[in-house]
Design a protein around this ligand. Sequence first.
Ligand code: ATP
Ligand code: MG
Length: 413
Amino acid sequence: MKMSKMGVRPEKTTPRDAEAINQKLLIQAGFIHQEMAGVYTFLPLGLRVLNKIENIVRKHMDKIGSELLMPSLSSKENWNTSGRLKTIDVLFKACAANEVSLAKSDAEYVLCPTHEDVVTPLVQGYNPSYKDFPISVYHIQTKFRNEPRVKSGLMRCREFRMKDLYSFHTDELDLKRYYDEVKKVYQEIFEEIGIGKDTVIALASGGDFTKDYSHEFQTRCENGEDTIYLNKTTGVAYNKEVKPEGADTSPNFEVFNAAEVGNIFPLGTKFSKAFGYEYTDKDGNKKPVITGSYGIGTSRLMGVLVEKFHDDKGIVWPKNVSPFGVHLIDLQQTDEAEKIYELLTKEGVDVLWDDREMSAGEKFADADLIGCPIRILVSSRSIQNGGIEVKLRNETESKIISIDRLMDFVKNV
Ligand code: ATP
Ligand code: MG
């Protein structure tokens, strides 16, 4: 992609109300635009990162579920049946203007904050036989929650992206088996995104879903909202809300701030009972279906990555989610820049080409702000010196290499 054609450019100014690093840097570098508190446009650079995160999630989810797409707007009846129309305090309810004027009490919809209340009657409606279980479906979609505090950029929004997976089983044992499989797959996802070592599974309250623990995937992050207590002997981590007696003070516990990037819940029969969802077993007996639900905050992840991976010059993206693999800077519109762009693109490397007429200093500053892992500079001087200048975002020294060696260099980063 040529930067001159991108339609938006790094803003460099900090929004006045921006407190969180991810909000400041993502807006300055031209990844997102704040429409209102907690609601963002994903600009071309930002959408590329979001897509990369979601495609990693999708690749792993496809091993354990089938992708579908449920709507954001749902009938309030579903939420009435589950009882959650009254109990979810962050629920956005919607009605059409013409229906409001008629003051019809049934002219109400829900902008989904999550989808248990949509997916349960959906699967129930197909009346699967006991032989069809387990059933697992997921989608990656926009959610709405009227969060009272939306101060941390992409980490807490009123409109945000989530991957949510739902599973249906004939017994608790099968749910447990599947639940453990999801844990494993989640760890693979966070590993590939670049936060594997810094993400722990923490025991947390099951909320109004389950009396059992739920499990949160908590990533070490100074600006995260959660406090985690990690038992250094057993390796078991607890969210502060369920920490064992005395863990406040015990030297056996490491305490750190973290951001919740995923949360999984053994729902049991909570929703199947609410919707009267039973299956008929092989002996003809009716039994409630056992369910689980499993979320990952894909847009929150983008914010968490920036909180973790930045320096005083800008963002330092982990390789697998960087908007582009290479940031190409061209100072005198040389033919070489065109050649390099084509060479890399042909080899499947995605290149952001800064072809704008600006000073070298400004282009370098933008490259640091945007944070792609490799910067390549082509200028008449680099060509005189034997080729092109390459520099990694997380290193300070640059070096000159010949164009012939470029592909090897890029592949080995
Ligand atoms: P939190 O405890 O942070 O409010 P939650 O437990 O309500 O989150 P879930 O319903 O489990 O969240 O949603 C699944 C995932 O979606 C969370 O783990 C988180 O990563 C993400 N998420 C939840 N709320 C938001 C939000 N307001 N903005 C951005 N991402 C969110
Ligand atoms: Mg949660």
